[in-house]
Design a binder for this molecule. Structure first.
Ligand code: FES
Ligand SMILES: [Fe+2]
Length: 401
């Protein structure tokens, strides 16, 4: 039903992958038993509390390509947008030639944030003393220009961050001067992300920068399991495709990333699907996928579009920021389904339902006197996420039960 709307590029490879995933989904639904981890996992509370671990995680965020913007958020030449990420203000622009850029949004005069908000502008006058930067970040003028005649303006442009537009997102590395390699970072998921067609989707923001008083991994846990859905999302339950069978699904670690597949059919449908020739299967409507792209990107099939969100750590281990939105292949509401803006509003509502319990976890993980969080065998996605982060930051304290 959504396959056409999603307009996926069905390359042979992606088609084969989709069929293989539907087969696994059929087995899971038939058995009514989820894909389980081998053991329960013990996550010592230091993982959520330690300044030292948080510092290593910040390095992970600073050294990983981050998909901080949907490319269509700055679709036209001279479109710009400012957002916060990992404690920085970042100015995104699209220059006259259509090339996207990311800059640290700090004026080279005395450091003020040179641009704010979003819109379309050929240049930005810093709000403090009106030094002017163009959409390539170059300093092009200032009041009392004759007083600065001896100054080489070319050396005083905004600091540009390595960025790359790929698969409908603008990916950024937070270290100036470093090389960005998005395809290398995505590895086997590169083709899968390409097939989503996000470059043709419009972005509808749900939450621009929601501060959360808890550790970023505690929130990540909550987006790679659906066990909480009937309890926390009782009001939005009916519209949540993950609501069908809350723990019936399966997970794959793909490099440092994670794919979670949720069957979109019930046990009664299994025989009918099996009796249909594979050539007629429609993976895009028979399964929904959630991708956690290390370290903080979340993409999730939801009806005819995609949730696109990122989670970044704050200045302390007990602070995180969530930017949350919805990407739509159409601007019109499809038959019988909510309009894209309404989908984004529903997504915001769901996150705001999660927020109090996440922040409760924040207090429990910070102030509790127990030793570890217990991640069950049926929370395999949560376990794989912790294993991935631990591996990447060189932490060896995860235990098993
Ligand atoms: S700080 Fe930007 S013009 Fe002075
Ligand atoms: Fe939730």
């Amino acid at each position: 039903m959504y396959a056409g709307l999603r307009d996926r590029e069905d390359t042979e490879m992606q088609r084969d992958l989709g069929i293989a995933l539907v087969k696994r989904a059929l087995d899971i639904v038939e058995r009514q038993w989820p894909d389980m981890a081998d053991t329960h996992m013990r996550v010592p509370l230091e993982v959520y509390r330690s300044e030292e671990i948080a510092a290593r995680e910040r390095l992970l965020f600073e050294s990983s390509p981050l998909a901080l913007l949907a490319a269509t958020e700055i679709a036209e030449p001279h479109d710009y947008l400012v957002r916060q990420a990992v404690g920085r203000s970042i100015l995104f622009t699209r220059d006259a030639e259509g090339v996207a850029h990311a800059f640290l949004n700090y004026c080279r005069h005395r450091g003020a944030e040179a641009a704010a908000g979003c819109g379309n502008a050929r240049s930005f006058a810093c709000p403090y003393h009106a030094w002017v930067f163009d959409s390539k970040g170059q300093l092009v003028g200032m009041p009392f220009r004759d007083r600065y005649e001896d100054l080489d303006l070319a050396r005083l442009g905004l600091v540009e961050l390595p960025s790359q537009e790929r698969h409908g997102f603008i990916w950024v590395l937070l270290r100036s001067g470093a090389e960005i390699d998005v395809a290398g970072h995505l590895g086997e998921l590169d083709g899968e992300l390409a097939s989503l067609g996000c470059e043709r989707m419009s972005y509808f923001n749900s939450l621009p920068q929601e501060p959360l008083a808890t550790n970023w991994k505690s929130v990540t846990e909550g987006v790679v399991e659906a066990l909480h859905v009937p309890f926390v999302h009782a009001n939005t339950f009916a519209l949540n495709p993950q609501a069908a069978d809350v723990d019936l699904g399966f997970f794959d670690a793909i490099g440092p990333h994670l794919r979670w597949v949720l069957p979109m059919f019930a046990k009664d449908d299994v025989a009918r699907i099996r009796a249909t020739p594979e050539a007629e299967w429609e993976p895009a409507s028979q399964i929904a996928c959630v991708w956690w792209i290390s370290p903080g990107l979340l993409l999730a099939d939801e009806y005819y579009g995609l949730i696109y969100a990122d989670l970044t750590p704050g200045k302390t281990p007990s602070e995180a920021f969530f930017r949350y939105g919805w990407m739509s292949p159409t601007l019109e509401p499809p038959d019988g389904l909510p309009a894209p803006a309404e989908m984004a509003a529903r997504a915001a509502k769901a996150v705001l339902e999660d927020k109090p319990v996440w922040e409760g976890c924040g207090r429990g993980l910070e102030d509790g006197d127990h030793d570890y969080a217990l991640i069950g065998r049926n929370e395999k996605g949560v376990q794989l996420m912790h294993e991935s982060v631990a591996r990447q930051i060189g932490y060896d304290g995860l235990g098993h039960d």
